[in-house]
Design a protein around this ligand. Structure first.
Ligand code: FAD
Length: 481
């Protein structure tokens, strides 16, 4: 008999309770990742996530090799492929990290029953979150809908457990080496055209890439995080989101690393608190998704079901996706997304607000674009944040708070360096004009070599008029009381 580790969204060896338990079972161990594109109801991964997954699997394969843990990648539907693998490997015990979204959680529950019936013992572990979503409940036993109350309740249980070390190679008894697919043969990476050049330049997927990103953040980013995190022109955030998405690093590790940084004087308490607060938003998003599995499709506030979104105009939508709206901060963000698979949080809010409120397009269309293009596209975080911006979410910004893209740009990218990086055609415009080039006098535009309408578009909508239109649409669904 052997122990089978089924890796899913936990592509790491350190602080992976399922891996630790499998090794501790004393049985020979073998590991599997299953690319499941067949089970009914699963949302297909977006293009950028597929690229990331492919790189992450290669990194995990190398890491497993280093500790002589046999690791195979297969494809198929979980309901068939997992029982087959259990049978073929003679696994007496199966280990995995729990998932909380649907249909994943139901697939796992069903499999567990089937495997139990077949005589294999399934053991499941937390590892993706600091707290099990079902463990944080209000006094009435219901899931929380307000972040502040959720996070207070979550934290009342004290600090999370200590992180677990990666298993040492000498402790592992290698189980059977399963046949599988070459990772390159899974078709996860783009071929023609290969649009992943910018992603390759920006990221190192895998557990050691995650560890390096954390180290850089602890040395250079955590101190001052509470002030710099809103500045897209500064390297003020951790950029750990895709690593967290694929489980290459755990929130437990981040919690304790930030604690250690505080103790060593690398950061101040308010920075550590703010960083944990963001991890708290991630926890809250997963808590909401577990309670409301259709969060990416349905308005949390049903009032918005009657909202009269405009039928998206193809040219406007292309302009938004391609970073050609004529609003430099929106365009810089959308181009950062397209080039690197990531966008700064402040700019995500601005770009999302522009689509929803200035163009009056249903947030689900934006959610789908981010799902396809973000390397950190996450079923919980993406849906919750889109609904947060739209005002339709459980604990959301009110719809009537409409970002002014010019003022946001001036406030959070004061010198215009972020815009200059991603919208090079405006790079010679002085900071004074860079967030509203249409306000620049013609001499300033000439000196910067910019002709509006030729080198860079004029705004596709007038923000003041669009704002009025959005508020009028809101008035139609507002409760008159
Ligand atoms: P840091 O500031 O270093 O934060 C640390 C971690 O906290 C992040 O890696 C992330 O896991 C978590 N976090 C931070 N902010 C949030 C937040 N607002 N909500 C939930 N978790 C948060 N984040 C995703 O991981 N995946 C998504 O698909 C996603 N879609 C978004 C869509 C919109 C419209 C908006 C406004 C935000 C979205 N976010 C998403 C949240 C946030 O923008 C990113 O998590 C953050 O920019 C990642 O960068 P970082 O790792 O440097 O963040």
């Amino acid at each position: 008999p052997c122990a089978l580790i089924w890796f899913r969204e936990d592509l790491r060896l350190t602080d992976n309770p399922a891996v630790t338990a499998a090794v501790a079972s004393g049985l020979p161990v073998t590991a599997l990742f299953l690319l499941d594109e067949q089970s009914a109801g699963l949302r297909p991964l977006g293009g950028a996530s597929r690229w990331w997954l492919s790189q992450s699997l290669k990194a995990l394969a190398r890491d497993c090799d280093r500790i002589s843990l046999p690791f195979a990648v297969r494809s198929g539907s979980a309901g068939t492929a997992i029982p087959q693998t259990v049978e073929e490997s003679g696994a007496a015990q199966v280990f995995w990290t729990r998932r909380y979204s649907e249909p994943e959680a139901s697939i796992d529950a069903e499999l567990r029953r089937a495997l139990d019936r077949g005589g294999a013992v399934v053991q499941t572990f937390g590892g993706r979150l600091l707290h099990e979503p079902s463990a944080v409940r209000s006094g009435s036993g219901a899931p929380f809908k307000v972040y502040g109350a959720f996070w207070r309740a979550a934290r009342s249980g004290g600090a999370p457990r200590a992180p677990l070390p990666a298993p040492a190679g000498q402790k592992i008894i290698a189980g059977p080496r399963l046949g599988g697919d070459e990772i390159d043969a899974l078709g996860l990476e783009p071929r023609a055209p290969d649009w992943a050049g910018g992603l390759r330049e920006a990221w190192t997927p895998g557990e050691s890439g995650a560890r390096d990103a954390l180290e850089t953040f602890l040395q250079d980013g955590l101190s001052g995080y509470s002030a710099a995190r809103d500045r897209p022109d500064l390297p003020g955030t951790s950029r750990l989101s895709p690593h967290l998405r694929f489980g290459e690093i755990s929130p437990v590790q981040l919690w304790h690393a930030s604690e250690a940084a505080l103790a060593e004087g690398l950061a101040q308490a308010r920075d550590v608190e703010k960083f944990r607060n963001e991890l708290g938003w991630r926890e809250f998003a997963h808590h909401l998704l577990a309670a409301f599995p259709d969060m990416a499709r349905r308005n949390a506030s049903s009032r918005f079901d009657g909202f009269s979104w405009r039928k998206p105009d193809a040219a406007e939508l292309d302009a938004w996706r391609g970073g050609l709206t004529g609003y430099p901060i929106v365009d810089a963000g959308m181009r950062q997304l397209w080039r690197t698979g990531w966008m700064h949080n402040r700019v995500r809010m601005i770009a999302a607000s522009f689509l929803i409120k200035d163009l009056l397009v249903d947030w689900r269309i934006g959610e789908a674009w981010f799902w396809d293009t973000l390397v950190d596209a996450d079923p919980a975080n993406n849906a919750m944040n889109w609904q947060w911006v739209a005002g339709s979410g459980a604990d959301a910004a009110p719809f009537f708070r409409i970002f002014n893209p010019v003022l946001q740009g001036r406030k959070f990218d004061p010198s215009g360096d972020y815009v200059r990086t991603y919208v090079p055609e405006l790079s010679r415009l002085p900071a004074k004009w860079i967030h509203a080039p249409w306000e620049a006098p013609s001499e300033a535009l000439d000196a910067a070599g910019v002709e509006l309408g030729r080198d860079y578009p004029r705004p596709i909508v007038d923000h003041a008029a669009a704002r009025k239109r959005a508020l009028a649409a809101l008035a139609q669904i507002s409760d008159p009381t």
